[in-house]
Design a binder for this molecule. Structure first.
Ligand code: KIV
Ligand code: ZN
Length: 533
């Protein structure tokens, strides 16, 4: 992997173009840290390929030392998405330790453009209470570890974690050491979402003024949304000199989430003059498609009023607005829905559609399935066509997401029967099939039909899972609509601590979808128990 200088591998960091804001997508790393958003390998690859189509410059594929699964996912993304003709940089996260950095390099080295992203906290709160090291220890560790990373890879990003609450002068000192040791990007995280836009911009300006060598590196913004200011802070950072933004699709992430990719991109696009003519490399028409895919695969529903990608983002309800829109859309619309990928492609396929048309349709939606995956999806599509007259893109999205979600199952749903009504206690009987193909059956009562199904699955599997959230939504209009069920459960993974797992399933029968969604979340919990052991 080393190039001709024999020093370090990969290629140099992206060319420095002051007029372009680089989009660093961390949906697969910080975004996946949302409670219950765990993605399997197949889902990560699909999202990675869609991010490349969207035009992101850098994909943070994961935290390779975190688990063998994370290592494998980053490696596969580097080998697949990282080898595409026009491939994004593939970054792997590492704490500022040799072991972490070596592990990250082992995973990202297969990409055409690999990056090591290493971090160490700089706020006194973190140094004293979390790391229990002095400021001097911190400075020394940053110098050594950035230089170690740089010995492996030409493209190295350094983040002073909790920069937003760090003493500015100490922050400049640490950043200067990182630049000297070879960092090519300096990322400035507001880790706890504490800053206001004016403060965040001032922090960037302070760095621009006081860090020697800063003119040779890219400054990056990484904001969390605890006070609902992540996008505002990131945009303020751009005005102050930031040229890389760390964002997630739909703004998903730890706690209140990260800066939302689509919001920053469309702010730059729509208010180009305000941002001094800056641009991004994003194909904005792919935004809605990407949002839908991430929502489907993480089981995190997008709120209807979410900017850009929420279903109501372009809906005008008030009569006065509708009147204005009919006269001239400019009256109430600052961007066109088509610009971000909202299209009227409702009627797509029917029972006479062939395999080729089906696979082409999926491709335009961003899904490139392997042959066996396509076979399974096509089979389910045909079953659906018998139940539903018109199959829309939304139906296909639900069908494919369900298929990706329900692989690697510990238990499969064999049969489900529910009796409920007035004057009777709901009762469910369920048959589950385990990995050896053995059947397990039981019956249980519940407060309602869904509760009865969940109780029954718990009885069979012996799991201590508890349903904490349940959402059902009709994918399309009409009596024959698919029910898309998203659930969250709380479950211990063996060590006494409770973890959140999510599940999603779609079926024309709401109770079947509920049972499968519950089982899907439970399977993730059972799998994580197996890996903990
Ligand atoms: O929020 C944060 O500080 C991070 C760093 C690891 C960059 O995610
Ligand atoms: Zn973060």
């Amino acid at each position: 992997m080393s190039d001709s200088d024999g020093v370090s591998g990969g290629v140099a960091a992206p060319a420095f173009d002051r007029n372009t804001v680089l989009i660093f997508d961390t949906t697969l790393r910080d975004g996946e840290q949302s409670p219950g958003a765990t993605l399997n390998l197949g889902e990560k690859l699909e999202i990675g390929r869609q991010l490349a189509r969207l035009g992101v410059d850098i994909i943070e594929a994961g935290f390779p030392i975190a688990s063998p699964g994370d290592f494998e996912a980053v490696t596969r993304l580097a080998q697949d998405v990282g080898q595409m003709e026009i491939s994004p940089v593939i970054a792997g996260l590492a704490r500022a330790s040799k072991m972490d950095i070596d592990r990250a390099w082992s995973a990202v080295q297969w990409a055409k453009k690999p990056r090591i992203h290493t971090f160490l906290a700089t706020s006194d709160i973190h140094l004293q209470h979390k790391l229990r090291i002095t400021r001097n220890d911190c400075v020394e560790q940053v110098g050594e570890m950035v230089s170690h990373a740089r010995g492996l890879c030409k493209d190295v990003e350094f983040s002073p974690e909790d920069a937003g609450r760090s003493d500015p002068e100490f922050l400049w000192q640490v950043l200067a050491v990182a630049v000297k040791a070879g960092a090519t990007t300096l990322n400035i995280p507001d880790t706890v979402g504490y800053c206001t836009p004016v403060e965040y911009a001032a922090m960037i300006q302070g760095i621009v003024k006081n860090v020697p060598g800063i003119e040779n590196v890219i400054i990056s913004a990484h904001c969390h949304n605890d006070l609902g200011l992540a996008t505002a802070n990131t945009l303020a950072g751009i005005r102050a000199g930031v040229r890389q933004v760390e964002v997630t699709v739909n703004g998903i992430g730890e706690r209140a989430g990260n800066t939302s990719l689509e919001e920053v991109v469309m702010a730059i696009h729509t208010r180009r003059q305000y941002f001094g003519g800056l641009r991004t490399n994003i194909d904005t028409t792919q935004l809605v498609r990407t949002s839908k895919m991430v929502s489907a695969m993480t089981s995190i529903v997008v709120q209807p009023n979410k900017a850009i990608v929420g279903v109501n983002a372009f809906a005008h309800e008030a009569g006065i607005h509708q009147d204005g829109m009919l006269k001239n859309p400019l009256t109430y619309e600052i961007m066109r829905p088509e610009t971000v990928g909202w299209t009227e492609t409702n009627l797509v396929l029917g029972k006479h559609s062939g395999r080729h048309a089906f696979s082409e349709r999926l491709k335009t939606m961003g899904y490139e399935l392997a042959r066996d995956e396509l076979d399974r999806a096509f089979e389910r599509f045909k079953v659906l066509c018998d139940k539903k007259k018109t199959v829309t893109e939304a139906d296909l999205e639900a069908l494919v997401a369900d298929q990706f979600e329900n692989i690697n199952e510990v238990y499969k749903l064999g049969a489900l029967n529910v009796t409920s009504g007035t004057g009777t206690v709901p009762v469910a009987s369920v048959r589950l099939i385990d990995e050896e193909g053995e059947s397990h059956e039981d019956a249980a009562l519940g407060n309602g039909p869904v509760d009865a199904v969940c109780n029954c699955i718990n009885r069979i599997t012996g799991a201590d899972a508890k349903l904490t959230e349940f959402h059902v939504h009709a994918v399309t209009e009409g009596i024959d609509a698919i029910a898309d069920v998203t659930i969250r459960i709380e479950m211990s993974n063996g060590g006494g601590k409770k973890f959140v797992f999510s599940g999603r399933s779609a079926d024309t029968d709401t109770l079947v979808a509920s049972g499968r969604a519950y089982l899907s979340a439970l399977n993730k919990g059972l799998r994580s128990k197996q890996t903990v052991k």
